[in-house]
Design a protein around this ligand. Structure first.
Ligand code: PEP
Length: 259
């Protein structure tokens, strides 16, 4: 039972395609996916294609309720940052969301919390909604450090943000040991992580921000486990990797949250 669940939050289910889907594959996905979620209004649906497929995906989504996200961005508006993409470039392509601090970016590309904080600040400045990923690895979980790790990530990632800004944020609780491994957190563990995050927000920014904040669970979400995970009181949706590459599977996950 959560103390904050009397507030109605719109569930949000996002597809993180990572480095998958060519232009043609992205267009084909949207063509097959749109009819499967037609009429779903009670859940926000977000697709995060690779940068190269953003424009084509946006074009294919025209006239639908499905929103567009980027998987990453630089914090600067422009400049000598070879290979990077700026917030205005994403806005120009119709992105409303940006995934920040994904564990793959933290582990494989050396992104630390201070950098993630700069990106978050910049996303707010450009009116992009951030989906901030946080989570512990297996060693940390087994050492009983999950809450400590989450608290430390939130400390720096959210530094300088206002309560009003936090209320517009989406935080994805993604235990790293559950990402792409087929090993899902139990609904109790997923709820415990989400509840802890909401509690931290309440302690730092107050009850209103904590009630408005949407917390997703991410880590091997599939059609078969989505409903029970998404029924947890502090879980407001899912960030989906592998299963989001299949229109049928992703639509089933979306429908698991839709009322
Ligand atoms: C992710 O990459 O954010 C993710 C949750 O991946 P998967 O669903 O494949 O575990």
């Amino acid at each position: 039972m959560s103390c904050y669940n009397e507030f109605v939050r719109v569930p949000i289910v996002a597809a993180n395609w990572k480095m998958h889907q060519t232009l043609a594959q992205a267009q084909n996905f949207v063509e097959r996916f749109r009819p499967l979620v037609r009429g779903v209004k009670s859940t926000e649906i977000v697709l995060a294609p690779p940068f190269t497929a953003l424009a084509a995906t946006q074009e294919a989504l025209r006239g639908s309720q499905i929103r567009l996200a980027a998987q990453n961005m630089h914090y600067a508006e422009q400049g000598a940052y070879t290979g990077e993409i700026s917030p205005p470039m994403l806005c120009e392509l119709g992105c409303e969301y940006v995934i920040l601090g994904h564990s793959e970016r933290r582990a494989q590309f050396g992104e630390g919390d201070a950098l993630i904080n700069r990106k978050l600040q910049s996303a707010y400045a450009h009116e992009l909604i951030s989906i901030l990923c946080v989570g512990e690895n297996l060693d940390q979980r087994e050492a009983g450090e999950t809450e400590q790790i989450l608290a430390r990530q939130l400390d720096t990632d959210l530094e300088g943000l206002s309560a009003e800004q936090i209320g517009r944020l989406v935080i994805a609780y993604e235990p790293i040991w559950a990402i792409g491994t087929g090993r899902t957190a139990s609904p109790q563990d997923a709820q415990a992580g989400a509840r802890f995050i909401r509690g931290q927000i309440a302690a730092r920014y107050g009850g209103r921000a904590a009630q408005a904040l949407r917390v997703q669970y991410g880590g091997s979400v599939k059609p078969g486990n989505a409903a029970v995970l998404l029924a947890q009181p502090d879980i407001d949706g899912a960030l989906v990797g592998g299963a989001s590459l299949d229109p049928q599977e992703f639509a089933q996950i979306v429908r698991a949250t839709a009322t």
